[in-house]
Design a protein around this ligand. Sequence first.
Ligand code: ATP
Ligand code: MG
Length: 158
Amino acid sequence: ERTNIIELLKQLVTNFKMLYPDFQFIVDDDVKEDLFVNMYRNHLEQVFVNILDNAVKYSMDRKEVHVSISSSGEQVDIAIQDYGSGISEEDLSKIFNRFYRVDKARSREKGGTGLGLPIVKELIESYGGQVHVNSQLDYGTIFRIQLPVIEPESLPET
Ligand code: ATP
Ligand code: MG
C-alpha cells in the first residue's frame, strides 16, 4: 500500500490546528512534489498523531510545533519539534519502552498509557524506517522520522 505522506501530514496538521487553536503549527516543506511511502495510511496516521499529540501534551508556555519535511530522493525525513518540557538524557533511553512515562505523577495528570512511542517505533521500523529523538530538558524535543520513498507508479494508491 502506498500513502502520500505529504498530503497526510498536511491534513493531520489541519486537524490539529482545529483541535488546538491556541497552538501555532508551522509546516516547513522543502518538498514541493508529492512523496509516497510503502505504508498503510492508518499506520502512518497513528505515528504522526502520537508524536503531534505528545508535542501538544508536553508543551507549556510556548505553544508552538514545527513540522519540517525534506527528502533526499530515496528517503523522506520528517521532523516534529516542540518547545515543551523536554526529556532528560536518562529518560530518553526509556521512552520507547512500553508503559514508560517520565515523572509518573505529572504524566498521569496529562492522561495516557505510555504506549504511544513504542507503537511509533514498532510501526516505523516494521516498514524499514527509523525514528530518532533529540531533547533538552526545559527547552524542547524533536522527533525525526525517516522512511524510504517509493515510486508513485509502483503500487496502487489508497
Ligand atoms: P500515550 O501516548 O499512550 O497516550 P504517553 O504520551 O505518556 O501516553 P508516550 O507517547 O509513549 O506515552 O510517551 C512516553 C513518555 O515520554 C511520556 O509520558 C512523556 O513523559 C515523554 N514524552 C513523549 N513525548 C514528549 C515530548 N514531546 N516532550 C516531553 N516529553 C515527552
Ligand atoms: Mg503519547
